[in-house]
Design a binder for this molecule. Structure first.
Ligand code: ADP
Ligand code: ZN
Length: 679
């Protein structure tokens, strides 16, 4: 028997190996094979009688058992093909490696009678609330002491992925919810696709949960996706309460052992409900009945950083087509693309027009001014805090100052990536958000001086301002820099122990915290400044999401948006809740400029030596073959590596047409068939 084994090599097709008679190898198994002087683990994609390779074959050496079922394998192969990479590389990046799990969180067990000094340190730390095993291992002698205490039972591993808890509330669905659930449940097993639109608090999550319960009742499985890890604890807790058992978690930051555990349980059919971020769309859940993507318009659903590039929404639809699952795309402000497809009847539109709790907030635009928190926002914060409400301040950029300019007018930039450096108070240094390069006392590369004038508002600065203006209130910040404490912060917020939360990105959306009665958008104009054709869509989504918070019944919600451009259509429509107006205007603009969703843009990214020259040549070749080519344009380098990009515009068939003329990519070229952000 011959096994074709996909190896983790960028462009390579699978290789032939001989299967020794005693070795039980099947399609979807992870196997170890010799490769030149090395040993590599790969995945068997095919078993056949006859080799495709004419020479003598080396043997498969070992198998680690199944990691993927044949439909899963087909799915990953399709994704790899669309992204112009070998299936081996795609598998290596999308399928977790089997590993044991390491204890991540602990809780106290029986009190130990005698303790070594190191054990006593660990024990004392746990008593004062440190449950993170990584922190405990960092104490002097901590790693060993932790092992010993776990072995003796004085500490127990905490197996649940999130500390967040929620009780199941008795909920009677509204008529709109009933209808939505009914439609989605009817689509289970029929590969139906739905767009569920409703403001925050309209009960979309409840619809996903009911539909998931129906899928489980029929013996199927259900997958619930959120765009960001910060949204998972609440989703996980609510799903656990609604489905009767905690769903399996799956996301990139989950330690490898636990990722593998969830993956293996899905493959074995023992995990039937899962929650996760975009990579969870590949979880090999058996007999998949429902896939729900909450906040479907979020760019985080797109894998942009490395091949295989994929959009979780597109993969969800591909899975539905193969496995018959129903797909629900949910959003307060759907992507322009999904809105367009719903208009054309490709997605069935389900609307939840009303909030089930609270009333629509009062939304007001106020001038931005020079202060981070201007007078109107400050006054409103004061009012809400006095009344016992919680305040959410939304700031879309990280750091303290988002840039600095020298007296000679030169902007302080990363020497290797050329993007502006951001001042972070936490490290008292300027940091590059692309490569992490950090500098404490920068000198101007142009004039040699060190007199920079910092500007811009990041999350740290808003946090600092909130503390300064409201001494005595508890202010917390949730962004990429504090992501490690996310669980703790969200739990404290739910318990009312945090009065002002400063957040980036998703904190304004998706989470259901009725105690938040005021949302302040610190710099709405900054959202529009991005050089990308999706900037208006992004600004609208973020504002509509932030503006959609309901507040409590006894304390109506309020939203204050600091902007100097209240009449620009994404801002105006978001403030007025005019979704039709926004999509109509945006679609007119997209059509006039021949942008998606009317046309498809494929991104070709050249990197390395002479990236621009190579991109130039490629552009000429492709144009000569009849493709419509935009660019190339030089991009900022990444870690000193030059980059250039060109876009190919065409209809739906353009990806295949490109694949026909680019059967194998040179190593300096990457192709993203569905680029999200082009700036
Ligand atoms: P969305 O996902 O649209 O933001 P959720 O499903 O999170 O809305 O609902 C908001 C809140 O209202 C949650 O606390 C939820 O438990 C509650 N809720 C949802 N549906 C109902 C209902 N029909 N009756 C009462 N409460 C509901
Ligand atoms: Zn850099």
């Amino acid at each position: 028997m011959i096994a074709r084994v996909a190896l983790p090599l960028p462009r390579a097709a699978p290789f032939d190996y001989e299967v020794p008679p005693h070795l039980p190898v099947e399609v979807g198994h992870r196997v170890r094979v010799p490769f030149g002087p090395r040993r590599l683990w790969g995945i068997v994609v095919e078993l056949r009688e006859e080799p495709t390779f004419p020479g003598p074959l080396l043997p498969v050496e070992a198998t680690a058992g199944p990691v993927l079922s044949p439909p899963g394998l087909e799915l990953v192969s399709a994704v790899a093909r669309r992204s112009f990479v070998g299936v081996g590389l795609a598998l290596a990046r999308l399928v977790p490696a089997p590993t044991g799990s390491r204890v991540r969180e602990v809780e106290p067990g029986p009190k130990p009678s005698t303790l070594t000094p190191a054990q006593a340190r660990v024990w004392a730390a746990v008593q004062t609330g440190t449950t993170d095993a990584r922190e405990l291992r960092r104490l002097p002698g901590g790693a060993r002491a932790l092992r010993e205490l776990l072995r003796g039972g004085s500490l127990r591993p905490r197996s649940l992925p999130f500390a967040y808890r929620e009780e199941r509330k008795g909920i009677a669905l509204t008529p709109h919810q009933e209808r939505a659930v009914e439609r989605v449940v009817a689509g289970i097993g029929r590969e139906k696709k739905y767009l569920l639109v409703g403001p925050p608090g309209s009960g979309k999550t409840e619809v996903y949960l009911r539909a998931a319960a129906a899928a489980l009742e029929r013996g199927g499985s259900a997958l619930l996706l959120a765009p960001e890890v910060s949204l998972l604890p609440q989703l996980w807790a609510r799903a656990g309460a609604a489905l009767g058992a905690p769903p399996a978690p799956y996301f990139g930051e989950l330690p490898g052992g636990e990722r593998w555990r969830t993956w293996a349980d899905a493959l074995a059919g023992t995990a039937r409900a899962a929650v996760g971020t975009r990579s969870a769309i590949f979880l090999p859940l058996q007999n998949l009945g429902l896939i729900a993507l909450d906040e479907e318009g979020e760019p985080a659903y797109k894998q942009e950083e490395m091949a295989p590039y994929y959009h979780a929404r597109a993969v969800a639809e591909a899975r539905a087509a193969r496995e018959g699952a129903a797909v629900v795309l949910g959003a307060a402000a759907p992507s322009v693309e999904s809105y367009f497809r719903a208009e054309r009847g490709e997605l069935e539109l389900l609307a939840l027009p009303e909030r089930v709790v609270g009333s629509p907030p009062r939304v007001e635009a106020v001038p931005r001014g020079d202060e981070v928190i201007g007078p109107a926002l400050r006054e409103a914060m004061d009012r809400h805090l006095r009344a016992g409400g919680q305040v959410l301040l939304f700031v879309h950029r990280l750091g303290f100052y988002t840039g600095a300019v020298c007296r000679c007018r030169a902007v302080l930039r990363c020497p290797r990536c050329e993007i502006p450096l951001v001042f972070h108070l936490a490290d008292r240094a300027f940091r590059c958000h692309a490569c992490g390069h950090s500098v404490r006392d920068p000198q101007c590369p142009r004039c040699g001086e060190a007199r920079f004038h910092p500007f811009g508002v990041g999350t740290e600065r808003a946090e600092h301002e909130a503390r300064r203006l409201f001494p005595g209130t508890t202010v917390a910040r949730l962004d990429a820099d504090t992501a490690r404490d996310r669980d703790r912060i969200l739990s404290a917020l739910a318990r009312g122990e945090i009065q002002v939360l400063v957040g980036a990105q998703m904190v304004g959306k998706g989470l259901d915290f009725p105690g938040i009665t005021l949302v302040g958008v610190v710099d709405a104009d900054g959202l529009l400044a991005a050089p990308d054709f999706r900037a208006a869509e992004r600004a609208y989504q973020l504002l509509a999401g932030a503006a959609g918070r309901a507040g409590r019944g006894d304390q109506p919600g309020e939203v204050i948006v600091q902007t100097d451009q209240p009449d620009v259509y994404p801002i105006r429509c978001a403030l007025q809740g005019d979704d039709r107006g926004f999509y109509a205007e945006e679609l007119r603009y997209r059509e006039a400029l021949r942008y998606p969703p009317f046309m498809r843009l494929v991104r070709l990214l050249a990197s390395g030596r002479d990236a621009e020259g190579k991109a130039e040549k490629l552009a000429k070749t492709l144009a000569g073959q009849g493709f419509e080519v935009l660019g190339p344009v030089r991009l900022f380098p990444r870690r000193g590596v030059p980059r250039a990009q060109l876009l190919v515009r065409g209809d739906e068939g353009v990806v295949e047409a490109l694949a026909a003329v680019l059967p194998s990519l040179p190593p300096w070229l990457a192709v993203d068939p569905d680029p999200g952000w082009l700036g």
